[in-house]
Design a protein around this ligand. Structure first.
Ligand code: FUL
Length: 690
């Protein structure tokens, strides 16, 4: 109350006319750099390194430099695709965890300068910087703090090395809009031949403050992303799945611990402006794996990501893995361009633009803060209320019934983030109807709802930290696209096809041909045996539109498989084809923990697949494993061992190939999990046969 008396709407006198003062900033506000970054909204990651050539997620640090030979590398292809896809910049993995440098760093031999590519004269970062300049894109740098190659990693000397590298990257390649410091540290690595485990204390080891200072001196317009140490300009959202919390405050506390919830939802009471960046890949993994060529996200999936990132007050950093030849795969390009076209079509016409609008309150009843300022397509003007008002509404009159299914609100965040809760209502056939509800708004907030024919739409702010300051409202009628169906094969071999959409038909093929509405119609589970490739579409009989195609590739049927050494019937969740169901081994077991399966007969094995536990809390996700095979469940032979590198942040299917083995039994041995305890869970286990 005192605050309102002191800072209540002020009538100021200017040059003989009275003028209503704008609201003063409330709480933390973005810096100019953060503001410029937020307005970029959508930009790309490219993941490319030596591990592109070894099919790994994280290089160990000893990969042979001679493998690096991207004979067709064309950074202009990357830039063209990003530009055509509506992106505003590209962040490149100049150095990933393996330590291999895509630029000829003066400080290490482990770089492009010793690779066969261009006779050691190549510089990927330079080529990208030039391509970005040509296409009008901004350049960003990912430089991994964890370095599995460097002999000094873990010692103070490494920090000097790391800073020298940052200095090179921020000095030699023109303006850099963002620098990205990933917090990953899996411990083990090559480390100049030591081949050992080196853990560091991420809160102290990197000594970030002098590094930040140097960065800001070298690149005053930069924003810093860091999930591993001192608070920076931007925050991670706690998942690589492509979504931030429905509630998303662009605030955190400047010091102190950050819990997962704070990353995901921000902190309403935070004392610093630390907005969210949603990073996700256009494929399941970050680096290129040929096995994922048919796993590129579809337009409906990318639209879902759009609404859950940009549509929730975040930015979207979408990754393209670069192929060993140095190009982006055509499937990824196609998906990104179709996604861009769908975004464009969805928001081509703002049905609220310049419509007549009435607000419940207008600041000092002044024209410059009127309702129409939220509909004038000018990001520098806004509708605001008097300081004491924290609930308010704005009603847009279409005059005639108008079909709508999307709502957009934007706060003028230069004055802080304020709105805590709102609803969207519509006048349909003379009655007010609630369409959707939201919590925070921030820079951009979209709500989706089933289409209605509305004569009026009302944006009702039901709670706000201070007076609302709304710079833009958008109302759209976006075309709908059907989700591609999910295809599951259970243990008996039965195929099930489904989606979350209500009402579509499904058509499928089992012979590799493209499904169309002329193909076989799905009416219920389809029995199959042996290896099968199922292709399916969802189809809307009323609009005659089809979804993108889903491809399900299944290896030998698992109907004769038995899980050995347990009578827990829940164990068969690992064979039910459903990655949402998990079997947890008994919590009494201590590492190593084995899962033994009898395949029911001899098989020609040359790989296995593991889908990790999907639980958010206390998951039992395996990071280090051994995989054995046997004829008789007595004599075991090691077929493969290794790590599932980035599995904690990106818990997707893991496929490992090994030299052919004829065997009837398999033993999947867990040596370590993501939490450093003994919890072990499996969503699915499968084999690859030749
Ligand atoms: C992760 C890394 O460990 C991944 O390899 C990838 O670079 C991703 C963007 O960040 O945490």
């Amino acid at each position: 109350m005192i605050r309102y008396l002191l800072f209540g709407t002020v009538l100021a006198v200017c040059m003989g006319c009275s003028r209503v003062a704008p609201p003063t900033a409330f709480g933390p506000v973005p810096s100019e750099n953060q503001m410029r970054w937020q307005e970029m909204e959508y930009y790309a990651f490219v993941h490319f390194s030596l591990n592109t050539y070894t099919d790994q997620a994280w290089g160990y640090g000893n990969e042979d430099i001679n493998l690096f030979n991207p004979t067709e590398l064309d950074a202009r292809q990357w830039a063209r695709i990003c530009k055509e896809a509506g992106m505003k910049g590209i962040i490149i993995t100049a150095k990933h965890h393996s330590g291999f440098c895509l630029w000829p760093s003066e400080y290490t031999e482990y770089s492009v300068k010793n690779a066969p590519w261009k006779g050691g004269k190549g510089d990927v970062v330079r080529e990208l910087a030039e391509a970005c300049e040509e296409y009008g894109l901004k350049l960003g740098i990912y430089v991994s703090p964890w370095d599995r190659n460097h002999p000094d990693y873990g010692k103070p000397e490494y920090i000097t090395y790391f800073r020298n590298q940052i200095k090179e990257l921020l000095t030699d390649y023109g303006p850099i809009f963002e620098i990205w410091f990933d917090g990953a540290n899996g411990g083990n690595g090559y480390y100049g031949g030591a081949n050992e485990n080196r853990k560091i204390d991420r809160t102290t080891y990197y000594d970030w403050q002098p590094t930040y200072k140097m960065i800001r001196e070298l690149q005053p317009d930069i924003v810093i992303w860091n999930d591993g140490g001192d608070r920076a300009d931007l925050r991670w959202v706690g998942t690589e799945g492509g979504f931030v919390g429905e509630t998303n405050w662009s605030l955190l506390n400047g010091t102190g611990d950050v819990e997962w919830e704070m990353l995901h939802f921000g902190l309403e009471t935070g004392d610093s402006w630390v907005p969210a960046e949603v990073n996700t890949s256009i494929r399941p993994e970050w680096f290129y794996h040929p096995i994922e060529d048919d796993k590129v996200k579809t337009v409906p999936q990318l639209m879902e990501t759009y609404y859950n990132s940009i549509g929730r007050n975040g930015t979207l950093l979408l990754n393209f893995p670069i192929m060993p030849n140095g190009l982006i795969h055509e499937n990824d390009e196609k998906a990104a361009l179709e996604f861009a076209a769908t975004v464009e079509a969805s928001f081509a016409e703002n049905l609220a633009r310049n419509k007549h609008a009435i607000a419940s309150d207008v600041r000092g009843k002044a024209k410059e803060f009127g309702a129409d300022k939220a509909l004038d397509n000018n990001k520098d003007t806004y509708w605001a209320t008097d300081d004491s008002v924290t609930t308010a509404s704005l009603t847009i009159n279409f005059e005639k019934p108008t079909m709508v299914n999307r709502f957009l609100a934007q706060e003028y965040i230069r004055l802080g983030q304020r709105v805590k809760a709102f609803t969207v209502e519509a006048l349909v056939d003379g009655n007010w109807k609630e369409l959707a509800k939201g919590t925070t708004v921030g820079y951009k907030r979209f709500l989706r709802f089933p289409a209605v024919e509305a004569t009026k739409v009302r944006f009702r702010i039901t709670d706000s930290k201070s007076c609302p300051v709304i710079s833009n409202i958008g109302i759209y009628n976006a075309p709908l696209s059907l989700n591609p169906p999910a295809i599951i094969r259970d243990q008996s071999g039965e195929i099930t096809i489904s989606t979350d959409d209500i009402g579509p038909y499904f058509y499928y093929t089992l012979d590799g041909s493209e499904p169309t509405p002329e193909s076989k119609r799905y009416t219920g589970p389809v029995p199959t045996d042996g290896k099968v490739e199922v292709k399916a579409i969802a189809y809307d009989p009323s609009t005659h539109k089809s979804s993108p195609v889903t491809i399900g590739k299944f290896d030998i049927c698992r109907k004769d498989w038995k899980i050995v050494g347990t009578d827990d019937h829940k164990a068969y969740a690992v064979l039910d084809g459903n990655t949402a169901t998990t079997w947890r081994q008994s919590r009494d077991k201590k590492m190593p923990v084995d899962l033994v399966i009898d395949l029911g007969g001899l098989q020609n094995l040359n790989g296995f697949r593991y889908h990790p536990d999907q639980s958010m809390w206390e998951p039992g996700i395996i990071t280090n494993y051994e995989f054995y095979v046997s004829d008789d469940n007595k004599k075991w032979k090691l077929a493969d061992k290794g790590e599932f590198s980035n599995i904690k942040n990106n818990p997707v299917w893991q496929t490992r190939m090994f030299a052919p083995q004829k065997a009837r039994f398999i033993k999947f041995r867990a040596l370590k999990n993501t939490e450093g305890n003994d919890n072990i869970g499996y969503a699915e286990i499968d084999v690859v046969t030749d």
